[in-house]
Write a protein that binds this ligand. Structure first.
Ligand code: ADE
Length: 342
């Protein structure tokens, strides 16, 4: 990740992680939004508890910041078991994974974030662990090498990914439960902002919470981050109370516009519209022009642009919509003619 954006939902700042942790709901009943999904998780967990079994392996997928990690912790709390969290890129050696797996107790959760980034070796090593709760571990080398079959406790693998399509079919097929998290509507984000404000012991006007919710790109992690920026502003420039006016001013000062788009979002749209005449343009060319990683654009920027219809993916590349040009106040007749693409 090249740099931090206020509206990205990446977890890269340890200080930020600490605050997110205090705001994170611990049980399903505290969780706001994703009602259907919550219902399904509750049934699955209640059934597993009723049978006295570990929960089934679960795959959570959807854009960053919507609560995949939070849900993994909630699953552990609801089951009354421990959670061990790691990530696809962090798991480099089978030995490390072996250590984690053999320490898991009955019903414990192994949470692997960015599971689509597991190496092929680690992934294959995982298959018997997931399927039969055992691992084949090779000890010694050359002529003395032998396979030791190590039994494991019945644990639950919870995988999270922003890109379900990038998971290999054999891994995907080993999950019993799949849950897709979608962007939150503004009313739910408003509730989340109120809940977080209460936990942070800050006073907030209803309309101010609405403004923050409306600029959070459907993402709770962004809502919580914006709330903290607005709280800072209220403490320094006001009397500590988050009024409508303070919220508006603080977010304007941060360069977050009325739709929640930040500098990088607007830059992406401007590049497609002005530099590539509305598109289509390939993601590689876009990333190079913007000097950003492809993954940053695909995971952090694009999903919301696609959701609000400002960008469309076509076979020949990305195209900007007439609404995107209008939002930025750019006149481009070629884009207006592309309306039929949307
Ligand atoms: N904080 C972050 N996400 C949340 C959610 N979905 N419900 C309640 N609080 C949250």
């Amino acid at each position: 990740m090249a740099r931090e954006r206020i509206v990205t939902s990446s977890q890269i700042d340890p200080e930020e992680d600490k605050v997110q942790l205090t705001l994170r709901p611990k049980y399903l009943k505290e969780y706001i939004g994703q009602k259907e999904l919550r219902g399904k998780i509750k049934v699955a967990l209640d059934a597993a508890k009723g049978r006295g079994e570990a929960a089934e392996h679960t795959l959570l997928y959807g854009p960053p910041g919507l609560g995949k990690t939070t849900l993994a912790h909630i699953i552990a709390n609801e089951m009354g078991t421990k959670i061990y969290a790691t990530s696809g890129p962090a798991l480099q050696r089978t030995g490390d994974l072996m250590g984690i797996l053999t320490n898991l107790k009955e019903g414990d959760i192994l949470f692997i974030d960015e599971i689509h980034r597991l190496s092929a070796t680690i992934e294959e090593f995982m298959y018997p662990a997931i399927e039969d709760f055992k691992v084949d571990f090779i000890v010694d080398k050359g002529a003395f090498a032998k396979v030791v079959n190590v039994p494991l406790k019945h644990f639950t693998l919870v995988g999270a990914t922003t890109r379900a399509g990038m998971l290999s079919a054999p891994l995907r097929d080993r999950f019993g439960l799949y849950y897709h998290l979608d962007f939150y509507p503004a009313e739910e984000l408003k509730e989340i902002v109120f809940r977080s404000a209460k936990l942070l012991e800050v006073n907030i006007e209803a309309e101010a919470a609405e403004i923050i919710a409306g600029r959070s790109r459907g993402t709770p992690r962004i809502a919580n981050r914006l709330l903290r920026r607005v709280r800072d502003y209220a403490e320094v420039k006001g009397d500590g109370i988050i009024s409508t006016q303070i919220a508006q001013k603080a977010l304007d000062a941060e360069g977050i516009d009325c739709l929640g788009l930040d500098e990088l979002d607007r830059k992406l749209l401007k590049v497609i519209i002005n530099y590539y005449n509305g598109g289509p343009v390939g993601i590689e060319a876009l990333a190079a022009t913007l000097n950003e990683e492809i993954d940053t654009l695909v995971d952090m920027v694009e999903p919301y642009m696609l959701k609000i219809g400002f960008v469309k993916r076509t076979r020949r590349g990305r195209v900007a919509s007439p609404e995107a040009a209008k939002h930025l106040g750019i006149k481009n007749q070629r884009i207006d003619r592309q309306e039929n693409l949307f």
